[in-house]
Design a binder for this molecule. Sequence first.
Ligand code: PNS
Length: 156
Amino acid sequence: MELIALFPGSFDPFTLGHLAVAELGLEMFDGLLVGIGVNASKQGLLDPERRAELIREVFTGEPRVEVVLYEGLTGDLCRERSIRHILRGLRNSTDFEYERDMEMANAMVFPELSTVAIFTPAEFIPVSSRLVREIITMGGDPAKFLPRGIDIKKYL
Ligand code: PNS
């Protein structure tokens, strides 16, 4: 049986840091379901469908990665897809505290779930979607924080 992990996030947008975590995840799992959590009350920079298209472009030719949008609880998506592992990246202690709380909440509501946290490689620690959004909204070029070849203007 294939071991698939859910890699959930807002991915607004998907960055080089996310890519590094996904690539490490692909070394551990047979495949990844990248789940874009849509919060209808929270306006992001990229439309969720555009975020999905960007991620699909990044993984063109990689059949082990599937990208979906979801609303509601991450654990419910895992149950729908019979997935028992959640993959998340950790950059620093702030991420750790957040992920620890999220892992505990998920494990209480969905006891079959476990979260696998991967340390983001050091070179990507300063990279965040928030930083990329800031650069974009202030008219800069965020290309060096995005996966190679991604032209963010196509997705805005
Ligand atoms: O990249 P982000 O913004 O940290 O991703 C956050 C996301 C979408 C993974 C998180 O907000 C989430 O899991 N939302 C769904 C709500 C949920 O399942 N909470 C756990 C309670 S049991």
